[in-house]
Design a protein around this ligand. Structure first.
Ligand code: F6R
Length: 364
């Protein structure tokens, strides 16, 4: 049931404040300001390496997870596309664990990667939305996303719930490994608990984003740029756009611009830059200037501080509230989903059932 929404995708985008909140509450005790103990088949404190594999949007949540685990818990992470992982004959590191991220829990390549690790005796955690799935069943521990059923083929709420799980686990790992003090844990838990409120505020930008989408729908190519966790988010923005609007889009690390893609820049290819005002904001600003200097059109997704300091002529600037760094990947996922959604609606594509795509990819 779509309720009063035109498409399941729209409904699922709007459900995010609620399901993110449910998911976080499963892993974090907001009142006490701590991450909840988990019954894991390994000890975060004793791990030398964590390996994550997944496909598509779930893979991109894993890339963001890597940034979190490495930064917050000083835990090295390998992140792989499952269809590569299963065949690349990765040597298994002692004292390692493996996570598999999947909404459906049935993705063939992800399952095959899980079985490769199982055979090698690696403890396995499954970040899944469907608890009765094969991937859940074959894992040692189920780390559920509490997104509820996701009907739209393009993943939205499952993605932000995957991020919510991975961020919570990274905090838990940091506490176990002694890289996060009890005071810092309290702050991080509070910051994470604020994600649903910010997500709600971002949903109110729908009219501005819808207007921008009308304009965007007349272009054939789009480039998405970001640094740090906004880099995988740029790839996710591009993936959403190509999946449902069929506009050709690429997501790049902003620093890679001058190593190739800058050759593509002209007035026919808008560049969407995801850049909250963070440590490396200035670096991303200089990338935007490079785009502008070549006649490229910039669409900037930033916060109040970023909008003030970018001092750049943009095609459009979407201003999100200032928010804690740890929740930016979760909250900034919404405007890119909304932009893809409204663009597809303008183009008249089948938003919930895009051509050639299946919700659950059970064959390789
Ligand atoms: C993108 C999308 C796909 C899935 C991928 C993995 O919007 O939905 O890229 O993320 O097929 O599916 P799951 O998560 O079910 O393993």
């Amino acid at each position: 049931d779509k309720g009063n929404h035109r498409h399941f995708m729209e409904k699922e985008i709007h459900e995010q404040p609620e399901v993110i909140s449910h998911t976080l509450a499963h892993y974090l005790d907001f009142g006490a300001g701590v991450s909840k103990p988990l019954d894991l088949p390994f000890d975060f404190a004793k791990l030398d390496r964590l390996s994550i594999s997944a496909c598509g949007t779930a893979y991109l949540s894993g890339v963001i997870g890597k940034y979190w685990f490495e930064r917050l818990a000083r835990l090295p992470v390998d992140i792989d596309i499952a269809s590569e992982f299963r065949y690349r004959e990765m040597p298994i590191v002692k004292n390692s664990a493996a996570f598999f991220v999947s909404q459906s829990g049935e993705t063939a390549d992800t399952l095959a990667s899980l079985r490769y690790c199982r055979k090698a005796g690696v403890p396995i955690g499954a970040v899944v939305n469907v608890r009765e799935s094969t991937i859940a069943r074959e894992s040692d521990v189920i780390l559920p996303t509490l997104a509820g059923p996701e009907i739209g083929v393009a993943s939205t709420k499952a993605f932000t719930c995957q991020l919510s799980v991975l961020a919570s686990l990274a905090v838990r790992a940091g506490v176990a490994r002694g890289t996060i003090s009890p005071e810092r844990e309290k702050v991080l838990v509070r910051e994470l608990s604020e994600a649903p409120r910010y997500a709600n505020q971002v949903l109110k930008l729908d009219q501005q984003i819808e207007k921008l989408a009308r304009e965007l729908s007349s272009y054939k190519h789009v480039l998405y740029l970001g640094r740090d966790t906004n880099y995988p988010l740029a790839m996710e923005g591009a993936l959403k756009l190509k999946e449902i609007s069929y506009i050709h889009a690429e997501g790049y690390a902003a620093g890679e611009l001058k190593h190739g893609p800058i050759a593509l820049i002209d007035e026919n290819m808008p560049v969407i830059v995801i850049a909250p005002h963070d440590r490396i904001f200035e670096k991303t600003v200089s990338n935007m200037q490079e785009v502008a200097a070549r006649g490229g059109k910039v669409i900037l997704i930033t916060d109040k501080k970023g909008a003030e300091q970018a001092s750049l002529q943009t095609m459009e600037t979407i201003v999100l509230p200032d928010m804690p760094e740890i929740i930016t990947p979760i909250v900034y996922a919404l405007p890119i989903q909304m932009l893809a959604y409204y663009t597809a609606v303008f183009m008249g594509t089948d938003v919930d059932q895009p051509r050639n795509l299946a919700k659950s990819v059970t064959v390789e």
